[in-house]
Design a binder for this molecule. Structure first.
Ligand SMILES: NC(=O)c1ccc[n+]([C@@H]2O[C@H](COP(=O)([O-])OP(=O)(O)OC[C@H]3O[C@@H](n4cnc5c(N)ncnc54)[C@H](OP(=O)(O)O)[C@@H]3O)[C@@H](O)[C@H]2O)c1
Length: 385
């Protein structure tokens, strides 16, 4: 199927899109805004760097929601999408998805890199059906890219700014139908931040959801200087950032973390004082207790056994009994802005899984890899397309 899709892109610049004629209110809205922009614009064919052709629309005048639009933005874009819930096989590369319209508080970003999160997989499997946006869905929460259009109420960003962010304020409650695994994505100004200059788009794309989760979890747990912490799942996307943030941002007195044997050195390099090999030891049977346990694995039942009296156990997935609690991250660009100095100084480093970055054509393979549960740091997609 992958080969079929790739060859159809080369031979037919306008194949059928996964996105049907508008039927839902949101699709009608998207369609009407895009249509309005097209009618007031000049359409022409453009040859891309890869030799393929596509329609490029140069806006003749600004739409009411768009303050300035000097950058050329095509009418249609390539995006990964699915129109039914299921395993990674439901994902299809669609080259005729409408570029999302830009709300007055939003920016349109040309996505240079995106990253995958386990929640993308859980959502695609239909786990959050009741609160999901309508199908078809372009998945993806994390992105880094360049602002190509700004809404009329946008205050601090302008075209050409390099930004990164997690594009859906609430991950599970009505997440964006048009996510980041696409050439363009529209996102509220308040959810993004200017990209740290010292890291590239691929590194930046892996940060937002994971670092915001790490930050929010540590804050909710009341973590502060001088406290000790145990991080369960220290080598994963979230855990690798919890270790670094606990040490470098919050001033932990002691950081312990769990991983399998080949990843113990990584834990140490991230700042863990104690690296526990979960294939050889049960952390809940060791004598040490901690002020905070941060569980990124789903071991809440064991985590509550190793917390000091009066301490906190924060879990990201699975059940937990008091004093443990679970939360779902809220996207917030101001957290990224606050953490930028730690990234720019190199005190906190993005960890990109060495099997990647995966090219845009290999999103299915990248998801299959993420879903093994063995990723180190973040699974990143770059370049796009
Ligand atoms: N509630 C929220 O807001 C929120 C936000 C972000 C993520 N999450 C959830 O949190 C979980 C972790 O997310 P993530 O992005 O960090 O996942 P991830 O990057 O896919 O995690 C993979 C890592 O987990 C490690 N791991 C697996 N089993 C382990 C075990 N028994 N002990 C220690 N480490 C283990 C693996 O290391 P080894 O190869 O060494 O086993 C691997 O490095 C997911 O369930 C995700 O959905 C929730």
């Amino acid at each position: 199927m992958q080969a079929f899709i790739s060859s159809s892109i080369l031979t037919n610049p306008c194949p059928r899109s996964l996105f049907p004629r508008p039927t839902t209110q949101s699709q009608l809205l998207l369609s009407s805004v895009t249509g309005a922009r097209t009618s007031a614009a000049t359409a022409r064919r453009s040859v891309q760097g890869d030799g393929s052709a596509r329609c490029v629309v140069t806006p003749a005048s600004s739409s009411p929601a768009v303050a300035a639009a000097a950058t050329e933005v095509p009418e249609k874009m390539k995006a990964w999408a699915y129109d039914e819930y299921g395993d990674a096989g439901v994902l299809k590369l669609d080259e005729a998805v409408s570029v999302p319209p830009v709300g007055e508080d939003q920016v349109l970003v040309r996505v240079e890199a995106a990253a995958l999160n386990p929640v993308d997989s859980k959502r695609r499997m239909g786990k959050f059906k009741a609160t999901d946006s309508p199908l078809p869905t372009v998945p993806g929460y994390d992105m880094a890219g360049v602002v190509v259009k700004v809404g009329s109420q946008v205050k601090s960003l302008k075209e050409g700014d390099e930004v990164y962010g997690h594009i859906s304020e609430k991950v599970l409650e009505g997440p964006k139908q048009y996510g980041s695994l696409a050439e363009y994505t529209a996102v509220e100004e308040k959810l993004v931040a200017v990209k740290p200059k010292n890291i590239d788009f691929a590194q930046a794309a892996g940060l937002p959801l994971a670092i915001e989760t790490a930050h929010e979890g540590l804050e909710r747990a009341g973590f502060s200087a001088g406290k000790s912490i145990l991080v369960l799942g220290g080598a994963g996307g979230v855990g690798s950032l919890v270790i670094q943030m606990a040490k470098q941002v919050f001033g932990a007195s002691k950081v312990a973390a769990t991983a399998s044997t080949p990843k113990l050195e990584l834990l140490k390099s991230l700042g863990a004082d104690v690296a526990i090999d979960y294939t050889k030891e049960n952390f809940e049977e060791l004598p040490e207790k901690y002020d905070v346990v941060f569980d990124a694995v789903g071991q809440g039942d064991k985590a509550v056994k190793v917390v000091n009296e009066g301490g906190s156990v924060v879990v990201l997935t699975g059940a937990v009994a008091p004093p443990g609690f679970r939360f779902v991250v809220t996207s917030d660009g101001s957290v990224l802005t606050k953490l930028n100095p730690y990234l720019e100084s190199g005190k906190v480093k993005p960890i990109v899984d060495p099997k990647g970055p995966f090219p845009f054509s290999q999103v299915v393979e990248a998801f299959s890899y993420l879903e093994t549960g063995r990723a180190t740091g973040k699974v990143v997609i770059s370049p796009i397309p």
